[in-house]
Design a protein around this ligand. Structure first.
Ligand SMILES: Nc1ncnc2c1ncn2[C@@H]1O[C@H](COP(=O)(O)OP(=O)(O)O)[C@@H](O)[C@H]1O
Ligand SMILES: [Mg+2]
Length: 244
C-alpha cells in the first residue's frame, strides 16, 4: 500500500506546486510509481509545472463520480517514467465532493501507486481539509518571510486534528536573505514547531522553467539536488540537510 503525502502551506506562492512537481519527479526517478494529485480546484497549475498541459483530459472528479477509471484518468508523464498526473477540474461543479469520497479515491490511488503527492490549495478552507483528510503525512512548505511563517502556524494547528506526521520544508532560501533578515532555518523550525525535512535554495530559473511549461532542467542543479535529497529522506535514507 502506498503513502499519500499532502503538500501544504497556508500561504499561496510558497512553492507547494513546484515541490509537488520536483518531489514527484525525484521519487519517480528513484523507481517509485508516483501519482501527483492536483486538489487546487479553480487555481490548478500542477499540469503547467509538470509540462503536461495537453496530457490530462480527465480530472479527479471524473474518477470520483465513476465517469472514468483511475487507470484512464491518470496521465503518464511524457518523459519521466513512473510519474503520473491526476488533475483538478477547473471548477467544483454542482455535485459536492465529500471527505469520505476523497478518502475512497486516495485508497484506490494508494493501492496502485507507491506515492500519491497531493498539491493542496492555499488557505485553511474546505479545500484544505479535503486535501488533508486523505493524507498519511504532511509536508508544510514555508519561505523565510514572516507572513508565510504565520500562515504555517495556522496550518499546523489545523493539521494537529488529523494526527499525521508533519515535516517542514523551507523553500527559496538564499544565504543573502538569511543574513539580511538575521534569520536562520532553526528560526523557521521554531516558528512552525516542526522537524525539518529539507531546505531548497532560491533559483529564479525555477519560475522561468514553469513559465515555459517545462520541467526544471540541469541548469537548476541546486534545487534539483534539494528535491532529490527530500525524496531520499522520504524513502528512509539518511541525507545531511544543508545549503551548498
Ligand atoms: N526554490 C525556488 N526558487 C525560485 N522560485 C521558486 C522556487 N520554488 C518555487 N518558485 C516559484 O515561486 C512561484 C510560486 O510557486 P508555486 O509552486 O506556484 O507556489 P504555490 O503552489 O505554493 O502557490 C512560482 O513562480 C515558482 O516557479
Ligand atoms: Mg500551487
Amino acid at each position: 500500500m502506498g503513502t499519500a503525502i499532502v503538500i501544504t502551506s497556508g500561504k499561496g506562492g510558497t512553492g507547494k506546486t513546484a515541490l509537488t512537481c520536483g518531489l514527484g519527479t525525484s521519487l519517480a526517478k528513484l523507481g517509485n510509481r508516483v501519482l501527483c494529485l492536483d486538489l487546487d480546484v479553480g487555481l490548478r497549475n500542477l499540469d503547467l509545472a509538470l509540462g503536461m498541459t495537453d496530457c490530462a483530459l480527465m480530472d479527479f472528479t471524473d474518477v470520483l463520480f465513476d465517469r472514468c477509471s483511475l487507470e484512464r484518468a491518470a496521465a503518464p508523464h511524457p518523459t519521466v517514467e513512473n510519474l503520473f498526473l491526476l488533475t483538478a477540474p477547473v471548477t467544483w461543479g454542482s455535485i459536492p465532493v465529500s471527505q469520505a469520497s476523497l478518502k475512497r479515491l486516495t485508497r484506490e490511488i494508494r493501492s496502485q501507486f507507491d506515492y500519491c503527492l497531493i498539491d493542496c490549495p492555499a488557505g485553511i478552507g474546505p479545500g484544505f481539509h479535503l486535501a488533508v483528510c486523505a493524507a498519511d503525512r504532511a509536508i508544510v512548505v514555508v519561505t523565510t518571510d514572516t507572513a508565510s511563517l504565520r500562515d504555517a502556524q495556522q496550518v499546523v494547528s489545523q493539521l494537529h486534528h488529523y494526527h499525521i506526521p508533519m515535516q517542514l520544508v523551507v523553500n527559496r532560501v538564499s544565504r543573502w536573505m538569511l543574513r539580511k533578515l538575521q534569520f536562520s532555518v532553526d528560526d523557521a523550525m521554531d516558528a512552525a514547531g516542526l522537524p525539518l525535512l529539507g531546505i531548497i535554495p532560491e533559483d529564479r530559473r525555477i519560475s522561468l522553467a514553469a513559465a515555459r511549461g517545462e520541467l526544471p532542467a540541469l541548469h537548476t542543479q541546486g534545487v534539483i539536488r534539494a528535491w532529490h535529497n527530500i525524496a531520499d529522506r522520504i524513502c528512509g535514507k539518511r541525507v545531511t540537510i544543508g545549503l551548498r
